[in-house]
Design a protein around this ligand. Structure first.
Ligand code: GUN
Ligand code: ZN
Length: 427
């Protein structure tokens, strides 16, 4: 196939070296990857006169990265009442049962990836359900979009409806087959996914540890210390463990490719072990507030130098938008006397999250060689956002306003590997 070149012209920024800004930038994309980036005045002389240059209005950024989200919970987002454990039993588990059906799973996977695109999210780390077909459905849909999706079969062998349970053995064999089928296929990555300590027996966690040793190339994700009742339950179920994190450590599940969702109620020892092991936290503010789980200690996370990522956690989280998620993260920081400035904020959902996944060579900024995963933000998307941005004196002020007034409406277009997956309809 002949190589394809696309050229985009307009205002661009990324966070590769602090805030980098091209008020009139030119981005050259060849075969889905960024080939060059610079000021239009510098690069235009090198462009053949017959080459099409697509001009846009708005702010072009690297696509957003979501490090913790549940695709089967799309349909139960915003379900009233209950904290974590009751919410799981009342809403989440009944819905997840439907994903045994491959046709339903395929439809939901496509709807889910469309939701990511219309929110400017180009990469996500995703929980499916316990059913291998739910993984196949998501991976097939992601493949068709040439998208980086990290996912892997949920493992749970107790304390859920029987339709959602696997066994230590079936979890091992099914995960192994899925790793072979999907890890490294196109841009896909496999993630070992024991749901959380309560729903995995010691025998199952032993098998997860075995998978991890046999496949050091794959990731691992789970939940950690989200809710006080959950923490007390883990203490009952694993009485010999020092604490919640020690359960996972006992089975060899910590490390640089391990992502732990929430981490709200950690002990001093757990904070230190998170740091020492190089494990990554997924901070999910809309979920933590919605489920009344608690306030994540962002300041402590920085102080302990723990690797941080930011995530939506839909359907415990209430928005697919990482802009909205940043706004809620800011409020959580404020409540604790801490800050989250716009530059740190937009760094986090782009290059910061890419680094948390060890994928900074491929995604997270507009640097040449990376995939052309892009989002176009419209600072005039609504009358109010427009008014606020008109009065803004700096780019940082506009970015900050987008965190509170932007949301889904501010996403004008989204590209994955140079292909436009979403363009907002303008009436
Ligand atoms: N802990 C175990 N499972 C889940 C889940 O699906 N969502 C959240 N927020 N926490 C969990
Ligand atoms: Zn979750």
């Amino acid at each position: 196939t002949p190589s394809s070149i696309q050229i985009l012209r307009g205002e661009m920024l990324d966070f590769a070296d602090g805030l980098r800004h091209w008020p009139d930038g030119l981005l050259l994309i060849r075969n889905g990857r960024i080939e060059a980036l610079g000021h239009a005045s510098d690069l235009l002389p090198q462009i053949a006169p017959d080459q099409l240059v697509e001009s846009f209005t708005g702010l072009l950024l690297p696509g957003f990265i979501d490090t913790h989200i549940h695709y089967p919970q799309t349909g139960i987002i915003a379900s009233h009442g209950e904290q974590l454990l009751d919410w799981l039993n009342r809403y989440t588990f009944p819905r997840e049962m439907a994903f045994a059906n491959p046709q339903l799973a395929a439809e939901e996977a496509n709807f889910f990836l469309d939701q990511l695109a219309r929110n400017g999210t180009t990469t996500a780390v995703v929980y499916p359900t316990v059913h291998p077909v739910s993984v196949d459905a998501l991976c097939n849909a992601a493949q068709a979009r040439h998208q980086t999706i990290l996912t892997g079969k949920v493992m749970m062998d107790r304390f859920a409806p029987p339709e959602l349970l696997d066994t230590p053995d079936s979890a091992y064999h099914d995960s192994k087959a899925l790793i072979e089928r999907w890890h490294g296929q196109g841009r896909l990555k496999y993630v070992l996914t024991p749901r959380f300590a309560p729903t995995s027996s010691p025998e199952q966690l032993t098998r997860v540890g075995q998978l991890r040793r046999e496949h050091p190339e794959v990731y691992l994700q789970t939940h950690l210390s989200e809710n006080l009742k959950e923490v007390a339950w883990v203490k009952e179920l694993y009485p010999k463990a020092k604490d919640y994190l020690d359960v996972y450590d006992h089975y060899g599940l910590l490390g640089e490719r391990s992502l732990f969702g929430h981490c709200i109620h950690l002990s001093d020892r757990e904070w230190q072990q998170m740091a020492a092991s190089g494990s990554v936290i997924a901070f999910c503010p809309t979920s933590n507030l919605f489920l009344g789980s608690g306030l994540f200690d962002l300041e402590r996370c920085h102080r302990e130098q723990i690797r941080l990522s930011l995530a939506t956690d839909v359907g415990g989280g209430t928005s697919f938008s990482l802009l909205t998620t940043l706004g809620e993260a800011y409020k959580v920081a404020r409540l604790q006397g801490a800050d989250l400035n716009p530059q740190q904020a937009f760094y986090q959902i782009t290059l910061g999250n890419a680094r948390a996944l060890g994928l900074e060579q491929q995604i997270g900024s507009l640097e040449p060689g990376k995939y052309a995963d892009l989002v176009l933000l419209d600072t005039a998307a609504t009358p109010l956002l427009n008014k606020r941005c008109q009065l803004a004196e700096t780019l940082e002020e506009k970015l900050f306003a987008l965190m509170f007034l932007g949301g889904e409406q501010a996403i004008a277009a989204t590209w994955v590997a140079g292909q436009r997956l979403y363009a907002r309809k303008t009436v």
